[in-house]
Design a protein around this ligand. Structure first.
Ligand code: V47
Ligand code: SF4
Length: 391
């Protein structure tokens, strides 16, 4: 977007003086306050927010849009916790309705990708009382022994907190056991909404905000990177979202260990919050845009396509997003069970590349840490068709 277009949007008569002043601050790359973030949510129109978020996105990454080749392993959906928004877990007492994979099953899943250029495995699941720290440390060692180059991003702070408490280890000790066994980085799940007023209503019994942040801080101190999520669009107010992002921005100032922020849209099928309507696409795009503007110290903003759908993921690339996650290969059930349109989420590299090119962005394959593996913008359609249809 040209500077002229931005100026025109910002100078529009319908934009209040306060918003105009705020836009000038944002265009000068100055950090905005919590109150200003709230003003964006409450008063910013979609084109206004989109123009500003896109300005920041293009300043950071130009047209580059990142994706990776990955798959998930979900060890179990039995869970000792009872988050009201979760459509996926089965209480441990009813685990016959779910699955529990053995270490051999999970290693077999890794072996399925022999000869395929995947770079990351994402391991998360329910919190199972018998799958303890040492079970997972052993699994990590086996995966690393089999495929040393595969980046293992695994276990939300919720799973980690439970494992460490059960093993009677401190956060630092527990993380060290897993890191030494092969854990490379930590995904962003389990953050939900930090503020206790909302957390009590939606996920009362798992690790609290302080515990979640402490685990990510300890991981960053061990030089492990991590991501951060926020589950939005249910009972929270805009100010709870700002409070959530404020705590993340503060920790990021201290450690610089977060790679990407991932707003997760609440999906309402088959869970205890099914009476709550889902947010509109306009609200979703506003969420991305405000996140891009507010979180000035997060290098990346991800739209997780299995949750949002392909077309909305494309749209989000004009609202601050620079990353759409990966090939996935139909290996996650968290969102399909919660009602996402993608019932079997899987995209080949060619499909991801086309999706990004269709909206005139530059597809860049990355690894988990955003090292660039390949720029596909100049690869011709024929090669994409013949060589990239496989994962
Ligand atoms: O913490 C569960 C969310 C998260 C629902 O780090 C739901 O790269 C919407 O964190 N509606 C786990 N969301 C998944 C996760 C994640 C996903 C992709 C990439 C990364 C990353 C992390 O899924 C949970 C929770 O916030 N979730 N149920 C639901 N009904
Ligand atoms: Fe368990 Fe995670 Fe579902 Fe909560 S969101 S019930 S911790 S699987």
């Amino acid at each position: 977007m040209s500077q002229d277009t931005i100026n025109r949007i910002v100078a529009n008569d319908n934009v209040s003086i306060d918003l105009k002043k705020l836009a000038e601050k944002i265009l000068a790359n100055t950090r905005i306050s919590d109150d200003e973030g709230l003003m964006l949510f409450e008063k910013g129109s979609l084109p206004f927010l989109g123009a500003l978020a896109n300005y920041i996105r293009e300043g950071l990454h130009g047209n580059k849009t990142f994706f990776n080749r990955n798959f998930h392993i979900e060890p179990t959906n039995a869970c000792v916790f009872t988050c009201n928004f979760c459509s996926y877990s089965r209480l441990y007492a009813h685990r016959e309705e779910g699955w529990e994979l053995s270490a051999d099953d999970m290693l077999a899943m890794v072996k399925k990708y022999d000869g395929q250029a995947v770079t990351e495995v994402h391991i998360v699941g329910g919190v199972h009382p018998k799958m303890n720290l040492y079970f997972f440390a052993d699994l990590l060692k086996q995966i690393k022994a089999y495929r040393p180059g595969l980046h293992i991003k695994g276990f939300t702070a919720v799973e980690l907190d439970y494992m460490f408490r059960k093993a009677k280890l401190s956060t630092e000790e527990g993380l060290k056991v897993l890191h030494d066994a092969g854990l490379d980085s930590i995904p962003g799940g389990g953050a939900e909404i930090f503020h206790s007023e909302i957390r009590k209503q939606i996920s009362d019994d798992k690790v609290d905000a302080e515990g979640w942040l402490k685990i990510h801080e300890a991981a960053h101190r061990l030089k492990m990177h991590s991501n951060a999520t926020m589950l939005y669009g249910h009972v929270e107010k805009y100010w709870h979202r700002i409070d959530h992002m404020s705590r993340l921005r503060e920790l990021q100032d201290k450690t610089k260990g977060f790679n990407t922020f991932i707003p997760l849209k609440f999906r309402n099928k088959d869970n205890d919050m099914s009476n709550i309507p889902e947010s509109s696409v306009i609200e979703d795009m506003k969420m991305y845009a405000v996140a891009r503007i507010y979180l000035d110290n997060f290098p990346h903003l991800k739209a997780y396509w299995p949750m949002l759908g392909r077309q909305n993921a494309q749209l989000s690339l004009s609202f601050g997003v620079d990353d759409i996650d990966g090939t996935i290969d139909d290996t996650t059930k968290i969102y399909s069970m919660a009602g996402a349109e993608e019932q079997h989420p899987s995209m080949s590299t060619a499909q991801l590349v086309r999706l990004i090119k269709q909206v005139r962005r530059k597809p860049i394959e990355r690894d988990t840490l955003y090292n660039e593996i390949r720029d596909y913008s100049t690869v011709d359609e024929k090669e994409i068709e013949t060589n990239l249809s496989l994962n």
